[in-house]
Design a protein around this ligand. Structure first.
Ligand code: DPP
Ligand code: ZN
Length: 898
């Protein structure tokens, strides 16, 4: 396997102007005729044409209708005797492939008797020989031929221009895509589907046909996806003035899919998990995920498809930007649902922001500190599939969000939001139809806002693209009572990461405010721009009483993806929790208080009890009972920092110690807030019709948390009333959210009734694949009280409904145990790691992409305490010792060992 370097980029030696594909679809042997118009790139020295291919059977190659000589170089097809000069020529390639045997789910594959494709990043080469790189853009026409009974629906990108019947019960459809595209955006689908349709009219008066294709029986689960699509179209028009450029926009759902969804031009292909929902089978979280993924893929139509990436090192150009757009979309939609109540609307936005930050901190910060750390724009890779990461996506989105913040021009009264929208317009003005770089994007946003901090600091700002690692900002404040001046000093540093020992200072936007000791706002939010290693900011003439010290609220809204280090006193944090006008920092104050308590208990040597002091428990009770706060926000404040997040604060990690401390904290909250939980449950459960709006879903989240705490406490006290009520709630629930919350409460507390409830749940839903994923995941992820979760997981692998080839199912059982249940996975007998290494190898033979994700479960092995560290190291070495690993897994384990 070869290391591919960003610095080695060269323009393609040939262009492919048009592609005409004819497919004779047959599961075991599909024939692909690929007719191209090709010409030499006049800017590049003459050289042979090297086409990428993978697992193809080549039958013939014709140039201008004549047979030609060719050779193979590895998997590349090399053509040396091509017409000279710059005239276009015809190149025809005929190949066959075997979609039924394609368990990698890249290229053309069969799932549930239907054909699907996945071409990003490098799957098109598994369909035909091609210049499989995103900077080669072509016009596509596609003819699909297949048996009419088995494959009545035939879809590809663009517009349907012809269809009809053929001999022997076959039929055909011909599709033409009016837009040029790179081959990773090609798609075809063939099979039996039903479809929900919707016609919409754009402000311009143009009509569009929207379609969601699913298997028969799932039509009643498509309404939310369609609503989300319509909302996405409207939002992109309103916020960015970007409208749908296609007559027809299609979404197709498949249950076998490596990722979440794919933005193929006009023909998005989705994992069923991010399409199908009705109130009986989907939780509020599923509804929210569908909204954001439908939005995400739709927004790619501009950010990714109209303007694409020059090379895969620029992946965050489209992914970071599009995640930013889908996050903003979800926030705006939540706020719009509450537009009559500005406080509630602001809180709903903050809830979404907190959830996004939680993901960043629990998944991206560890990645950025581990062996797979890479810049938002990486410098090298072995397998590009390994770089569809939380760094490219989530940190990439934070980089774009900082650009929006810094695009403000206060002197001209232009907000960051307005400035950023102007920047987006300039980006499309300059680059529509092109394959470009992250530099091009940043330049456009800055050029559209000449007076902004972004324009001033652009070169330095771009270090966010180049330097890996999470910066740390150390803040300290001092107050001079005589001059009523507060001075905030901040210094920044960034730990080394693979290949980068030394980091230069970043441009860090810090949103900052001050509260009085009684919690009133003394200084409203100011944007401070930290550019030096150390810098101070002064705030004069503050209206504070004699003897009163201000309380700093730093990094409001989490304005930069950094670790903020500040020695807050407990009193300051309690003030922020009770009064900060910034709901993010209110939540953050509670997290810091709980985290500090957890870290103290982890460092102590005795068994953890009463980890949380009385003042903190009382503060949390006050939040829970506060009528001015909404339920979703309370749910977030009362959720303790995760074990992963606690582990990230430590040099040496004993996962069992962390688990014991956190469980003790949960038990304490369950005990000491018992009556408050009982109140919260009564006050927030309701029986009305289901609606996934932010207010109702927040109520369900909080009542579910209350049940979890009441069941947890019942375990200690022997109470039978709450478990009984929980079981009743489980049986009588009107929707999946309430039902699953009750089930989780029973299973999570290891109560008697859990077994019966799990069986009942299985009987009700064993025909619903997505619900069965939840059933597997809940068991594999549950608290390991007797050390038997591993044997339960091994048994569940033998369950007739377990299918390792189905990525969703593999993730629901194996990943839920290895990657999301540290208390069960890290065993002193190393049996968890043995199970993990077996599964990585088993999956690698089926689907390297899925295997490589699982291989990352032990990324942070070198931080583990003994005996875990040595055992984990051994397990990784066992995998690395295999000689026939995929590039995907090889790259992950080599980095882990380096
Ligand atoms: N480009 C795809 C997405 O992120 C990859 N799954 O939407
Ligand atoms: Zn994407």
């Amino acid at each position: 396997a070869q290391l591919i370097q960003r610095a080695d980029y060269t323009a393609p030696a040939f262009w492919i102007d048009t592609v005409d594909l004819t497919f004779d679809l047959d599961p075991a042997k599909t024939r692909v005729l690929n007719q191209m118009r090709v010409r030499r790139n006049p800017d590049v020295a003459a050289q042979p044409l090297r086409l990428d291919g993978d697992e193809l059977n080549l039958a013939r190659v014709l140039v201008n209708g004549q047979g030609t000589s060719f050779k193979m170089d590895g998997s590349q097809l090399v053509l040396e005797n091509l017409p000279e000069g710059h005239e276009a020529f015809d190149l025809e390639i005929f190949t066959t492939c075997n979609p039924a045997k394609n368990t990698k789910l890249m290229g053309l594959y069969v799932s549930n008797d239907s054909f699907f494709t996945q071409c990003e990043a490098e799957g098109f080469r598994r369909i035909t020989y091609f210049l499989d790189r995103p900077d080669v853009m072509s016009n596509y026409s596609v003819t699909l031929r297949a048996d009419k009974k088995a494959f009545p629906v035939l879809l590809s990108n663009g517009n349907l221009v012809d269809e009809g019947t053929l001999e022997d019960g076959r039929h055909f459809a011909r599709w033409v895509d009016p837009h040029k595209k790179p081959c990773y955006l090609f798609a075809l689908v063939a099979g039996q589907f039903v479809c929900r349709e919707q016609r919409v009219k754009a402000p311009s008066g143009k009509e569009h046909l929207l379609q969601v294709f699913v298997r028969s029986g799932d039509l009643d689960k498509t309404e939310h996806a369609m609503n989300s699509l319509m909302a996405s179209i409207k939002w992109d028009e309103q916020r960015f003035n970007l409208s749908l450029d296609l007559e027809r926009f299609m979404i197709v759902a498949t249950s076998d899919f490596n990722m979440g969804a794919m933005e193929n031009k006009g023909l998005n292909i989705f994992n069923t998990k991010f399409v199908l929902a009705n109130s009986a089978t989907a939780t509020d979280m599923d509804y929210a995920n569908i909204e954001s993924v439908v939005g995400h893929e739709y927004f790619h139509n501009w950010t990714g498809n109209r303007v694409t990436c020059r090379d895969w090192f620029q992946l965050s150009l489209k992914e970071g930007l599009t995640v930013f757009r889908d996050q903003e979309f979800s926030q705006d939609l939540a706020a719009e649902a509450l537009k009559d109540n500005p406080t509630a609307a602001a809180s709903a936005k903050a809830v979404k922001r907190i959830e996004d930050v939680r993901l960043l901190r629990t998944a991206q910060f560890p990645e950025d500190a581990g062996p797979m750390a890479h810049p938002v724009r990486p410098d090298s890779y072995v397998e590009i599939n390994n770089f569809y990461t939380v760094t490219i996506y989530e940190k990439g989105s934070e980089v774009v969000r900082m650009m929006q913040t810094l695009a403000a021009t206060p002197a001209s009264n232009i907000s960051g939001r307005e400035g950023f929208a102007k920047g987006m317009s300039l980006y499309f003005e300059r680059h529509d139809g092109q394959a470009v770089t992250c530099d091009d994007f940043a330049q456009a946003i800055a050029d559209a806002n000449p007076g902004s901090a972004l324009a001033t600091h652009l070169t330095q700002f771009k270090r966010w693209y180049a330097q890996a690692g999470t910066p740390r900002v150390q803040a300290s404040g001092s107050y001079n009572a005589d001059t009523r001046t507060y001075t905030l000093s901040m210094s920044q540093s960034c730990p080394p990461s693979p290949g980068q020992d030394h980091k230069e200072p970043f441009v860090i936007p810090v949103q900052f405010g001050l509260l009085g000791a009684d919690g009133r706002e003394v200084l409203s939010t100011q944007l401070l721009v930290l550019t030096e290693a150390t810098q101070s900011f002064e705030f004069k003439d503050l209206s504070l009483q004699a003897g009163e010290e201000p309380v700093p609220s730093i990094l409001r809204g989490f304005s930069a993806p950094v670790v903020l280090e500040k020695d807050f006193t407990a009193t300051q944090l309690l003030t922020l929790l009770a009064h900060d006008t910034d709901p993010f920092n209110q939540w953050e104050a509670a997290q810091r208080l709980c985290l500090n308590a957890a870290l103290t208990a982890v460092a102590a040597s005795d068994a953890p009890t009463h980890v949380l002091d009385a003042a903190l428990v009382q503060a949390l009770r006050t939040v829970l009972r506060n009528p001015a706060l909404d339920a979703a926000f309370k749910d977030l404040v009362l959720t303790l920092p995760s074990e992963t997040y606690i582990a990230e604060q430590l040099e040496v990690v004993d996962p069992q110690r962390i688990h014991a401390v956190r469980e003790s904290m949960r038990a304490q909250l369950a005990r000491e807030l018992h009556d408050d939980w009982a109140w919260a449950f009564e006050a927030h459960s309701e029986n009305g019709a289901f609606s996934p709006d932010p207010v109702s879903s927040g109520r369900r989240a909080l009542s579910g948390m209350a049940l979890t705490m009441l069941c947890l406490d019942a375990r200690t006290t022997g109470d039978e009333v709450w478990p009984g009520r929980t079981y009743q709630c489980f049986k009588d629930a009107h929707n999946m959210t309430d039902r699953f919350n009750a089930l989780s409460a029973l299973v999570g507390s290891g109560l008697e009734l859990a077994g019966d409830a799990l069986q009942r749940f299985y009987n009700l839903f064993h025909n619903e694949a997505l619900v069965m994923d939840k059933w597997f995941a809940l068991q594999a992820g549950s608290t390991d009280r007797g050390g038997n979760i591993l044997s339960l997981v091994r048994n569940l692998m033998l369950h007739p409904d377990f299918h390792i080839k189905n990525p969703n199912r593999a993730r629901s059982l194996i990943f839920s145990f290895c990657s999301a249940n540290p208390g069960a996975f890290h065993r002193s007998d190393a049996a968890g790691y043995v199970f993990w290494s077996e599964r990585v190898l088993e999956l690698d033979a089926i689907n390297p992409q899925v295997a490589a994700r699982l291989a990352r479960a032990l990324d942070r092995w070198s931080k583990l305490a003994e005996p875990y560290r040595t055992a984990a190291h051994e397990a990784i070495k066992r995998i690395a010792a295999k000689t026939d690993l995929s590039n995907d897994v090889r790259e992950v384990v080599s980095r882990a060992l380096s």
